[in-house]
Ligand binder design. Structure first.
Ligand code: RP5
Length: 162
C-alpha cells in the first residue's frame, strides 16, 4: 500500500475491537494506515520482521496494542527506532492493569508512549499518531485542529437531566 506511515499492530484478533478505535480516528482524519496481527508470543518471527523493516518501509509511527503479558509494544520498541505508542488492552482477569504494567515500565533507552487502558487509550493512540505526523504535514495539522475544535464545541456548558 502506498505511503503508509502508521502501523497498527495487535497481539490477537481479540484485540481488534479495541484497536479499531485507533483505526476509526485515523479514518476520520484521513490518515492512511495498515493493521496487522503481530504477536510477541505466538508469532515472534513476524514481530522481528515487522520491526526490522519498519524504517525502510517508511513507517513513522507504530501503534501497538496487547493484553495480559503485553510484551508486543516493548519488544517492537526494542527492535525499531520508529516511535511506538502502546495501548494496554483491557483483560477479563485483571481488567487491563496487567497489560498497563507490562507496557508502561520500559527500561531506560527503549521508550513506549503508553496510553490509557482500553478503548479510550486506543482512540488517543490514533490522535497521538496523527499529532506526530501533523508536525510535518500542514494539511493534516488543519484537519486535526478542526477535529479538536469540533470536540470542544460539542461539550455543553451545563449538565442536563438524563
Ligand atoms: C495477547 O493475549 C493479546 O494481545 C490478547 O490481548 C491476549 C489474549 O489473546 P487471545 O487468547 O484472545 O487470542 O497476546
Amino acid at each position: 500500500m502506498a505511503d503508509v506511515k502508521v502501523g497498527i499492530i495487535m497481539g490477537s484478533q481479540s484485540d481488534w475491537s479495541t484497536m479499531k478505535q485507533a483505526a476509526d480516528i485515523l479514518d476520520e482524519l484521513d490518515v492512511t494506515y495498515e493493521a496487522k496481527i503481530v504477536s510477541a508470543h505466538r508469532t515472534p518471527d513476524r514481530l522481528w520482521d515487522y520491526g526490522k523493516s519498519a524504517v525502510d518501509r517508511g513507517l513513522h509511527v507504530i501503534i501497538a496494542g496487547a493484553g495480559g503479558a503485553a510484551h508486543l509494544p516493548g519488544m517492537m520498541a526494542s527492535k525499531t527506532r520508529v516511535p511506538v505508542i502502546g495501548v494496554p488492552v483491557q483483560t477479563r482477569a485483571l481488567s487491563g492493569v496487567d497489560s498497563l504494567y507490562s507496557i508502561v515500565q520500559m527500561p531506560k533507552g527503549f521508550p513506549v508512549a503508553t496510553m490509557a487502558i482500553g478503548a479510550a487509550g486506543a482512540a488517543n493512540a490514533g490522535l497521538m499518531a496523527a499529532g506526530i505526523l501533523a508536525v510535518s504535514d500542514p494539511d493534516l495539522a488543519r484537519r486535526l485542529d478542526d477535529w479538536r475544535a469540533a470536540l470542544s464545541n460539542s461539550i455543553p456548558d451545563e449538565p442536563q437531566d438524563e
